[in-house]
Design a protein around this ligand. Structure first.
Ligand code: BDR
Ligand code: CA
Length: 309
């Protein structure tokens, strides 16, 4: 009873507020799932829809995960769009070693959901809603495709992208972060020409969840896989939680420090592939890179409260 009243009250309050419109471009993904929950549960945001990109898992698996997340959040009415399903240069490497065979850790108890992917492509969808802020939680393939389709309209996009690193060590190689490494051509196009705030490992490496942060059994089933991965490759039993910081930055920009820089991504094969660098190129657009947070404990507490309960 109390739950129903709470939901009615929150629906009513939501209607009274003007909410910021966003589209979530994602590759769900464990930390994508947490970011999606965070956005859907915020009374300040209106999620207009989703575009799914191949990243952590191939896009058809990402779509299944997204449907499951939307089912859990009671938001199955929101549209899901897909794009080309492969990075621009066509070489694709998933991150199932990090996120599990289907993308949500050990979770496999999917509901049979009667929901189709929308007919419009991801890039057409993004262009049709150019007034929405794009929260890009995966490789930048869909956003780059929008730019290739309509560069003039895409130049009005406001993009907050999880990816890259300027000061912190990479997570795909010593130099590179996964989202920019897996489709460096797209990352380069988008960073060189569009209005991007980069939420990279420089800030996301500061946010970590541990087993004691997780209360729900199913969440633990999902996150345990992520914890084990970090144990193996990062030497601690817990996980770096990247994607929710994109949502947190949108809601609380005052808690982050940024630098205005022209960002570029190295695309040549080899050890520097996917590395984010600062460029002096006159033709490139000025971007913003988050470099520090004011109080990670405060940020962690509010994210945890919203996404792990
Ligand atoms: C990024 O790559 C994926 O593993 C996560 O979902 C996040 O978007 C971190 O490098
Ligand atoms: Ca992601």
């Amino acid at each position: 009873m109390w739950h129903i009243l709470k939901k009615l009250l929150s629906n009513y309050t939501n209607k009274l507020m003007t909410r910021q419109k966003i589209i979530i471009d994602c590759d769900p993904g464990i930390d994508d799932m947490l970011a999606i929950r965070y956005a859907l549960r915020s009374p300040k945001l209106e999620v207009v829809g989703f575009s799914v990109v191949s990243g952590n898992v191939a896009d058809y698996k990402g779509v299944n995960n997204l449907k499951e997340i939307l089912y859990q959040e009671n938001r199955l009415e929101l549209p899901i769009h897909i794009g080309r399903g492969r990075p621009l240069n066509k070489f694709f490497r998933d991150a199932e070693d990090t996120h599990g065979q289907y993308g949500l850790g050990y979770f496999s108890d999917y509901h049979q959901l009667d929901k189709a992917v929308a007919p419009e492509s991801a890039s057409e969808f993004l262009l049709a809603h150019a007034d929405c802020t794009i929260l890009a939680l995966g490789p930048l393939t869909n956003v780059a495709d929008s730019y290739l389709l309509n560069p003039i309209l895409a130049k009005s996009f406001k993009i907050i992208s999880m990816g890259g690193n300027l000061y912190e060590q990479g997570n795909m190689s010593e130099f590179s972060e996964y989202n920019y490494w897996v489709d460096p051509e797209s990352a380069k196009l988008v960073l060189n020409h569009l209005d991007v705030t980069m939420v990279g490992l420089d800030v996301t490496r500061k946010l970590k969840f541990y087993p004691e942060d997780v209360v729900d059994e199913t969440d633990l089933e999902i996150l345990r896989f992520y914890f084990a991965f970090h144990q193996k490759y990062e030497n601690f039993y817990g996980a770096v939680i990247n994607d929710p910081l994109v949502v947190d930055y949108l809601l609380y920009p005052q808690d982050y420090t940024s630098q205005k820089v022209k960002l570029d991504v190295l695309t040549e094969e080899g050890e520097y592939r996917g590395q984010t660098i600062v460029s002096q190129d006159n033709d490139y657009r000025l971007n913003q890179a988050l470099v520090a947070v004011s109080d990670i404990n405060k940020i962690k507490a509010r994210i945890k409260k919203q996404v792990l309960n």
